[in-house]
Design a protein around this ligand. Structure first.
Ligand SMILES: [Zn+2]
Ligand SMILES: [Zn+2]
Length: 288
């Protein structure tokens, strides 16, 4: 990233969004409004070759690297130098494993200015779930919990179906769901149901992608005071805020370190949360 040109210019440039799942509905409006770019969604772009949630195609790399691969492919395909790709992941919350967690990354690459920036959003508000069902009552219960039919479902014979052709995606009507499941039940004695996490059939995920886009726009405006590169953000917090009663250090933040990913410049900010002393209730000495 050492070839940074020191300025940003987005006005009237074409920005490619590497998606085939209508993610541009969440990503495009704020970018058009705030950056003045012209949005281009490639017509024959197949993002599924970079992995699907339904396990019929495995993801080639980790979440961020997959988003980069998608984006580089879309830029090559279109011959443009500015673009965005997004990639989501779902799984148990790292601290509260009973809760599902959705992490969305939105990556912007500007080849003309040697810039890469990543917006991020994490949310526990997701319908992400799965269940193996044997009766139509189980199906109804799962569908309700999964926010169906405003959110789509996927049905298959088992959690690891040998025949990928038996994975039915994008079920968004009661009739389609009942017909598909009835067929699976009669043929296999069970059906495996999953929430369809593709953005165009999952409005909750679409919202998380919109949040990650806002984070990206926020980072674009946080520029390094030394070189002007965007994404100048907090990289570390140091505890030690003194207690207001006894003056001993607490676990609350005393200073924050801001770091530039381009030139390495660092800024130390005292009292980043706007408070200069900790309440004694937070003090290990006054309130052990
Ligand atoms: Zn810098
Ligand atoms: Zn104290």
């Amino acid at each position: 990233m050492s070839q940074w040109t020191g300025k940003l210019a987005f006005e009237n440039r074409v920005l490619v969004i590497a998606t085939m799942h209508r993610k541009e509905e969440a990503i495009a409006p704020p970018l058009q409004a705030e950056l003045g770019v012209q949005i281009h969604v490639p017509e024959h772009f197949n993002s599924d070759r970079f992995g699907t949630f339904t396990r019929d195609i495995d993801r080639p790399a980790n979440q961020l690297e997959t988003a980069r691969l998608k984006l580089r492919h879309a830029l090559e395909l279109t011959g443009k130098d500015l673009g965005i790709a997004s990639e989501g992941s779902f799984g148990p919350h790292p601290v509260l494993p009973m809760l599902p967690l959705n992490r969305e990354l939105v990556v912007l690459i500007d080849q003309a200015h040697h810039l890469e920036l990543v917006g991020e959003a994490t949310s526990t508000d997701t319908n992400y779930s799965h269940a193996t069902v044997k009766t139509l009552e189980d199906v109804q219960a799962f569908a309700k919990k999964a926010r169906f039919p405003s959110h789509g479902l996927v049905a298959m014979p088992s959690a690891e179906p040998e025949d990928k052709g038996l994975i039915h995606k994008g079920i968004t009507s009661e009739a389609d769901l009942l017909e598909t499941v009835a067929r699976l039940l009669s043929q296999f004695g069970q059906a495996h149901l999953e929430t369809d996490m593709r953005a165009m059939v999952n409005p909750t995920r679409m919202q998380a992608i919109a949040q990650a886009t806002q984070d990206l726009l926020h980072k674009l405006k946080q520029t390094c005071p030394n070189c002007g590169y965007p994404g100048f953000e907090m990289s570390d917090r140091k505890p030690g805020l003194p207690c207001s009663l006894c003056g001993l250090p607490t676990d609350l933040t005393l200073t924050a370190i801001y770091h530039c990913q381009n030139c390495g410049y660092e800024d130390t900010v005292s009292h980043p949360d706007g408070i200069t002393a900790a309440d004694p209730s937070q003090c290990p000495f006054c309130n052990p």
